[in-house]
Design a protein around this ligand. Structure first.
Ligand code: BG6
Length: 488
């Protein structure tokens, strides 16, 4: 058996997104984001996008992932004083970043993945010059990280965009937004480029949908894939510009990558599994290989999609291929011949796996499988940029949390990750645990679905002292970083 010794260069760390942790709404010149109109929800109550209807009355539509609804004619996203909007406060990283980075440093992080609030740098997205205060905030964060020996890994755009770009242009429906995105990239590369090697052009591009992430009021397949095509082009142009401006920089895009099993060895189930896999692989294939794969024709035919492309687009995609492939991995799914063609799989349930209270199937071996599958497909280095357990943590009287269940979840996943690297030979650059300090859940907008090594005193409605406290897993992960995983 090969020794389970990870490479010395392996990067351990954590990951967050701006709208789930940053807050600082209305401060430092930050403009409105599409996310700012989204309420909290729960596992049973979908998050809502609040609206002012054409007749002036109050309305809302479901904003969650693939269930999101279009915005009716004449209605506009609107913020109401009596509603709670989690992106406005996040967990107030905007005022706690030094403390949060110090805690990461204490754990021995080598890398911290975070995302940029686009509207903090370009409040509407349409300005010619950036908001200096916004740029400086991220320069300061990066400098603080580097002073602690932590490399930044920056997600340029995490499922959101300035609300003005959505309202005025329909978001990514318009090629104008490609230029706005590149303007953002140029500022980041100029001001942070020498300090940051690892970049991600977009987050979970295969799992986004609707107004919040694409800026479009519509949710039909034609509009969705046209928006995605524009994001592909924007990403490829950003990669090209980044390579020119920052020699040695590495570009990826992040994919939501749960493993999918066929329900039985019946050939029809296996065929369905492959077709579901293609629904996701389409995204990584285009971006990592530089062209639309053969099976895209079938997907677009079924969905009635006819992409509008400019003459140079194919060349742009080819020239802007990713350097490394990154993904999130939380769970696995099962499909049978009757399952709908979903990007993330779906029912039936897997009788061999446990599930979390949010219905996510826990599957450490699936991580090893996915790592092999992705590396085998692209033969480019991979990076696990999200993994973790969302759980209900209880603060004990002594001021700590006994999250042994989280340690168990992570230990099992990290052991499988080590096998993929040390036994199977997958080239994996690092691992960033999702939500290293507690933050607001993306899917439900709750605070009680916690992932962190650090507990943040805040409830589902944003009340609390925001005090940070170490959980039991804090010292455990510190040991993982110190020993480069040999204690697993
Ligand atoms: C990924 C996202 O989908 O999963 C994160 O990139 C998100 O933003 C994470 O938080 C976990 O999902 P949730 O819904 O548990 O917060």
């Amino acid at each position: 058996m090969a020794t389970m010794q990870l490479p010395d260069s392996f990067l351990w760390g954590g990951a967050t997104s701006d709208f789930q942790c940053e807050g600082g709404f209305g401060e430092g010149g930050r403009g409105l984001l599409t996310r700012d109109f989204e309420t909290d929800g729960s596992v049973d109550t979908p998050r809502q996008l609040t609206l002012k209807m054409a007749d002036g009355s109050r309305g809302s539509v479901n904003s969650s992932f693939f269930l999101c609804q279009p915005i009716p004619e004449g209605a506009e996203p609107c913020i109401y004083d009596d509603q709670y909007y989690p992106s406005h406060q996040g967990v107030d990283f905007y005022h706690h970043w030094k403390e949060d980075i110090a805690l990461m440093a204490e754990m021995g992080f080598g890398v911290y993945r975070f995302s940029i609030t686009w509207s903090r740098i370009f409040p509407t997205g349409d300005e010619e010059t950036p908001n200096e205060e916004g740029v400086q905030f991220y320069v300061d964060v990066v400098d603080e990280l580097l002073a602690h020996g932590i490399q930044p890994l920056i997600t340029i755009c995490h499922d959101e965009l300035p609300a003005h770009l959505a309202k005025t242009y329909g978001g990514w429906e318009s090629r104008h937004v490609i230029d706005c995105y590149l303007k953002l990239c140029r500022v980041l590369f100029e001001r942070i480029g020498t300090k940051c090697k690892y970049w991600l052009t977009f987050n979970e591009i295969n799992a986004i949908a609707g107004y919040i992430a694409t800026g479009s009021r519509k949710t039909d397949e034609q509009t969705h894939y046209q928006c995605i095509h524009h994001m592909f082009v924007a990403s490829a142009l950003a990669v090209k510009m980044g390579h020119e401006m920052m020699p040695g920089s590495m570009f990826g895009t992040m994919y939501a990558s749960s493993e999918i099993y066929p329900a039985t060895c019946k050939p029809e189930d296996q065929l369905r599994r492959m077709q579901c896999r293609h629904e996701t692989q389409l995204f990584s294939d285009v971006m990592a290989m530089g062209y639309y794969p053969y099976y895209a024709q079938d997907i677009f035919r079924r969905k009635g999609v006819k992409l509008v492309m400019e003459p140079d687009d194919e060349e742009i995609l080819m020239e802007g291929q990713l350097d490394y492939v990154t993904f999130s991995y939380y769970r696995s799914a099962v499909v049978d011949a009757e399952s709908p063609l979903l990007r993330m799989g779906g029912k039936p349930e897997n009788p061999y796996l446990k599930i979390t209270p949010w219905g996510w199937q826990i599957d450490p071996i699936g991580l090893r499988y996915v790592m092999n599958e992705i590396y085998d497909r692209y033969r480019k280095p991979i990076f696990i940029v999200e993994n973790g357990l969302g759980a209900i943590d209880e603060m004990l009287p002594g001021g700590t949390v006994d999250d042994t269940y989280r340690i168990e979840y992570l230990t099992e996943h990290l052991r499988e990750m080590a096998k993929a690297i040390c036994i199977d030979g997958v080239e994996c650059l690092g691992y960033t645990m999702w939500g290293c300090f507690d933050l607001v859940s993306l899917s439900t907008g709750e605070m009680k679905k916690r992932y962190g090594f650090v507990y943040v005193d805040m409830d589902d409605k944003g009340n609390g002292t925001l005090k940070r406290s170490k959980k039991k897993s804090f010292d455990w992960f510190k040991r993982v970083c110190e020993t480069n995983g040999t204690n697993l």
